[in-house]
Design a protein around this ligand. Structure first.
Ligand SMILES: [Zn+2]
Length: 175
């Protein structure tokens, strides 16, 4: 009896939880990826995804609909895994190695063929604010701002370094 319980916990941990699938949709909706429902007859893109510190009512309604039988086979534009599949034990949500956005990963360890980012022009783009989850603290925003500033400064530093290295011989002789 005890052993069975332990095994169940392990299985539950290795699959995508509904909240992970919800986050996955929230992130991609913010980049303009739509949900395709009823075998492509209809597309959905709730906007905004976040309102204030929470998911928007539009997004919550869309998420409920995508889990309901009325939406039929539905999946994120650019992917082939249905929402129902993602909620099954065969899939989990992992980070894309290229852009760190959430992507479906086959639970047996094989990555899915592609991230929805593969046809997004100019992505990943570190200049733009990344899609986010609702958070309730100003501190989190400050951390993001600081991280972006750090990145900017390091780019400026690197830019100066390469200018020095590429400087003409006369400039170098002057010093
Ligand atoms: Zn990606």
């Amino acid at each position: 009896m005890r052993e069975t319980a332990t095994i169940e916990v392990v299985l539950l941990r290795s699959m995508a939880s509904p909240s992970q699938v919800k986050q996955y949709l929230a992130y991609w909706f913010q980049l303009g990826k739509r949900a395709i429902v009823r075998n492509g007859q209809k597309t959905l893109l709730p906007n905004p995804v976040i309102r204030g510190n929470a998911y928007s009512r539009e997004f919550e309604a869309c998420w409920q609909f995508l889990q309901s039988p009325e939406s039929g086979d539905c999946y994120l534009e650019g992917t082939s895994q249905t929402i129902a599949q993602l909620l099954s034990s065969e899939w989990e949500i992992a980070d894309c190695p290229r852009c760190e956005m959430p992507i479906p990963l086959r639970d047996i360890g094989l990555p899915s063929t592609s991230c929805p980012c593969s046809d997004l022009p100019g992505w990943p783009n570190r200049e733009l604010p990344l899609p986010r989850l609702p958070v309730n603290t100003q501190r989190h925003l400050n951390e993001i701002r600081r991280r972006l500033l750090d990145e900017k400064q390091s780019i400026v530093r690197n830019g100066k370094l390469s200018t020095l290295r590429l400087g003409s011989p006369s400039t170098t002789n002057d010093r």
